[in-house]
Design a protein around this ligand. Sequence first.
Ligand code: NAD
Length: 406
Amino acid sequence: MIAIGVPAEGQDEPRIGLTPESVKRLVKAGAKVTVREGAGLRSHFSDEDYAEAGAIIAKTDADAVSDADVVFTVRRPSLSVAKVMKKGASLVGMLDPFSDAEGLDALAKTGVSLFSMELMPRITRAQSMDVLSSQSNLAGYKAVVDASAAFERALPMMMTAAGTVPAARAFVMGAGVAGLQAIATARRLGAIVSATDVRPAAKEQVESLGAKFIAVEDEEFKQAETAGGYAKEMSDDYKKKQSELVAEHVKNQDIVITTALIPGRPAPKLISKAMIESMRPGSIIVDLAAERGGNAELTKPGEIAEHKGVRIFGLLNLPGQVPVNASSLYARNLQAFIEPFIDKETKDLAIDWDDELAKGTAIARDGAIVNERVAEALGAKSAKPKRAEKKTAKPKSAQPKGGQTS
Ligand code: NAD
């Protein structure tokens, strides 16, 4: 029988790796689930809720994880958690694989298998496991809600006997998962919304949400999407043209939400100091790329900066500010990932190391880093596991491989 453990998260993380709803599903699928006492409280899930769903409540993190075959976390846990886990057990979470190389290496050296959910391949079969989508969607929503709360004017047009209140103008930069939700939310609140992206596929999506698409649509733009549906780094020439277009547009905007990212690179700088100065005092910028350096020149990660009356929100972990929904969706992502690896008959954990989802997300096994990109980032050589590869039989529930989307 597979044993799953959930330790408490660190001080600054309100989300939790499993919710009572997902515990129930996993217990039904044959798992024994142990949750650290009080671990769900900041997402408003009580120990009683977990116990009712079939979980065992453990007094300490060590008690929650020491017998587990799989440990679910939101963030990369402390080394002390991995050290008390069984050798060869799996740790699944958003492990932030490209930062704090030494910390990651130390985790790997405990002999625990590490799976980083951010590396989930973006294929049809993995859509229900895509933590970047489930969390970014909520971040896009919260960015607009925060901006509208801080904006000292109304968003919708209001026609009253005393006169007309004009609708606010909102501009969304980067129309991926977070950006599309930001557009939809700003539209629901009554703003006049426009958006930009460097991927041509984004144009139709933006327009279908009722927003105006603003972009330099040249030959380079038509080729700007990778097979995985992500943006490519654009040429200096394109960036210049894009910047001129954006500069003209931004000066008439009240709210700007930036979400632009390029995988594995720092966030592109899209809003210069001069553009910020061109905006009216009282305007708001919410920079969702703050964690990766920010899209705006004056963003201070983790802070609300102010420049000539324009406030720039560089808040971190916006999904963590909607922790009930964020935890629910995240837990379903983890559940969807692990369920196919539970053997239908024995109910044991049977990871198929040849499965592309396991391969894509695995970063360490048997004490060594097994993901080449992570090994490169660590400046170390990608080492193969010392033990002879023992192929585990494919679980019966494994689904057929899906095709590429978008
Ligand atoms: P992301 O978080 O990496 O980037 C956010 C957006 O910023 C992207 O749309 C990107 O094109 C845009 N961007 C980058 N540089 C820019 C620039 N200079 N100016 C303006 N915009 C810029 O992307 P994401 O939100 O994770 O999604 C990217 C794509 O992947 C979307 O098409 C999405 O629908 C697709 N997707 C597919 C799956 C799946 O198939 N499983 C899951 C999630 C998302």
